[in-house]
Design a protein around this ligand. Structure first.
Ligand code: CAA
Length: 380
C-alpha cells in the first residue's frame, strides 16, 4: 500500500520544528547571515527540544527517529535558515559512521555523550586534494603499537572550529586507494589537533566551515570504527543516509522562496495590476509548486527506503540532486519575481539564492549525484 498521510506523531514533530524555525531561527537568520555569527544560544534551545539528538537511537538516550521523521524536521529547519540548519544537523553526519560501523562500546563512548550535553562533532572527509574524489584522501593513520598516529589536513569541515570530536577518514594503506581508508574518532583535546581558518562563505553564513589539522595525533586503536579498510564504504553509507536530509533542507529553502515570491507577486502592482495577474508569473509560480512537490516525494522515497533497511544509494542521490537543483532554480526565480528589489540585501530572497548554491555543492555536488545514479542504473 502507498499512503501519503503523516502519522499524528509526525505531524506533531513537523509542527514543533516549524514553530522553532518561525519563532527562533527566522528572527536570527538575517543577522547571522550578515555577521557570520555561530548562534550558540539558538543551538542550546534546539538541543533542549531534542532537535539535535533525534537521530540517536533510544537505547543511547536519543529519540530514535526514523529517516523520514528527520526529513520532516529538516524541511522546516531549512525553511527557517539553511545555514543554521546545516550546523544543527552536522552532529548527525559525524555520528552516523559510528552508528553504522561502531561496536556497542564505541557507540556508548562516542555517541551517548552527545545526548547528555550540547557539543559538536564534525565529519572530516574532504581534503584540499580530495573533494569529489573521496577515495583520494592523503591524510594518513600509521599503526604504532596499540595506537595510530594521524597526520593530514581536512577542509570545508562543518562546525570544524566548534567541534569537541572529529570523525576522521584517513588512509591506513595508501597503496590500496579507497580500500585502504579507515575511520577514526579523534577528540579535539588530543595533542596535535587544531582548527584552522574559518571560511568566509557566500551563503549559509551562520554555519561554521573550517580547516581541521592533525599533526602527529595519537589515538588508541579502540578509536578505529570498523576494520582497517572499511572507511570508504562507511563514508558512502553515511552519505546515503545524509543526502535525503540535505534534499529535505533544499525543499525547505525552495518553499521559503516560493512563499515569499507568491506573496510579493500578489502585492506588487505594475501597469495598474498586481504582477501575479500575469501569465508569465503564474507559470513561474506553478513550476515552483510542482517541482517542490516532486522533490519532496523523492526525498520521502529515499528516506522510506532507509527506514525499510534497504539500499537507497540511487534514490538518495535522486533526491539530493533534484532538490538541490530545484532550490537553486526556485530561489533564482524568486529573485526574478522581486525584480530589482530581489537583488538587494534589504529583501529576503537574495539570501535564499546564495544559501541554495551550497546545496548543489556539499555532500556531493549535483554532478557527483549523477555519477552515482549512472553507476547504480548501469552497473549494479
Ligand atoms: N554503499 C556501500 N558501498 C558503496 C557505496 C554505497 N553507497 N558506494 C560505493 N560503494 C562501494 C563500491 O561498491 C565499491 O566497492 P568495491 O571496492 O568492493 O568494489 C567501492 O565502494 C568504491 O566505489 P566506486 O568505485 O563507486 O568509488 P569511486 O572512487 O568511483 O567514487 C563517488 C565514488 C560516488 C564519486 C564518491 O567518491 C563520492 O561520493 N564522492 C563525493 C564525496 C562527497 O559527497 N563529499 C562530501 C563531503 S561531506 C560534506 O560535504 C559535509 C559537510 O560538512 C557539509
Amino acid at each position: 500500500m502507498i499512503g501519503f498521510d503523516l502519522t499524528q506523531e509526525q505531524i506533531a514533530l513537523q509542527d514543533m520544528a516549524h514553530k522553532f524555525a518561525a519563532n527562533e531561527i527566522r528572527p536570527r537568520a538575517a543577522e547571522c547571515d550578515r555577521t557570520g555569527e555561530f548562534p550558540t544560544e539558538l543551538f542550546g534551545k534546539a538541543f533542549d527540544l531534542g532537535l539535535m539528538t533525534g537521530f540517536i537511537p533510544e537505547d543511547l538516550g536519543g529519540l530514535g527517529l526514523s529517516a523520514l521523521d528527520a526529513c520532516l524536521i529538516e524541511e522546516e529547519l531549512g525553511w527557517g535558515c539553511s545555514g543554521i540548519a546545516t550546523s544543527m544537523t552536522a552532529n548527525g553526519l559525524a555520528l552516523t559512521p559510528i552508528l553504522i560501523g561502531g561496536t556497542g562500546d564505541q557507540k556508548k563512548a562516542f555517541v551517548e555523550p552527545f545526548v547528555k550535553t550540547l557539543h559538536y562533532a564534525s565529519f572530516c572527509l574532504t581534503e584540499p586534494g580530495a573533494g569529489s574524489d573521496a577515495g583520494g584522501i592523503a591524510t594518513t593513520a600509521k599503526r604504532d603499537g596499540a595506537d595510530y598516529v594521524l597526520s593530514g589536513r581536512k577542509c570545508f569541515i562543518t562546525n570544524g572550529s566548534h567541534a569537541s570530536q572529529y570523525t576522521v577518514f584517513a588512509s591506513t594503506d595508501r597503496s590500496k586507494g579507497h580500500k585502504g581508508l579507515s575511520v577514526f574518532i579523534v577528540p579535539r583535546s588530543a595533542p596535535g589537533v587544531s582548527a584552522g581558518k574559518k571560511e568566509d562563505k557566500m551563503g549559509q553564513r551562520a554555519s561554521d566551515t573550517s580547516d581541521v589539522l592533525f599533526e602527529d595525533v595519537r589515538v588508541s586503536a579502540a578509536n578505529r570504527i570498523g576494520a582497517e579498510g572499511d572507511g570508504f564504504k562507511i563514508a558512502m553509507k553515511t552519505l546515503d543516509y545524509a543526502r535525503p536530509t540535505v534534499a529535505a533542507m533544499a525543499v525547505g529553502v525552495a518553499r521559503a522562496a516560493f512563499e515569499l515570491a507568491m506573496q510579493y507577486a500578489k502585492e506588487r502592482v505594475q501597469f495598474g495590476v498586481p504582477i501575479a495577474m500575469n501569465q508569465a508569473i503564474h507559470f513561474m509560480l506553478a513550476d515552483m509548486a510542482m517541482d517542490i512537490e516532486a522533490a519532496r516525494l523523492l526525498t520521502y522515497k529515499g528516506a522510506w527506503l532507509l527506514d525499510q533497511g534497504k539500499r537507497s544509494t540511487k534514490e538518495s542521490s535522486f533526491a539530493k540532486a533534484f532538490a538541490a537543483d530545484l532550490a537553486m532554480r526556485v530561489t533564482t526565480d524568486a529573485v526574478q519575481i522581486y525584480g530589482g528589489y530581489g537583488y538587494m540585501r534589504d529583501y529576503p530572497v537574495e539570501k535564499l539564492m546564495r544559501d541554495a548554491k551550497l546545496l548543489q555543492i556539499y555532500e556531493g555536488t549535483s554532478q557527483i549525484q549523477r555519477m552515482v545514479i549512472a553507476k547504480e542504473i548501469m552497473m549494479r
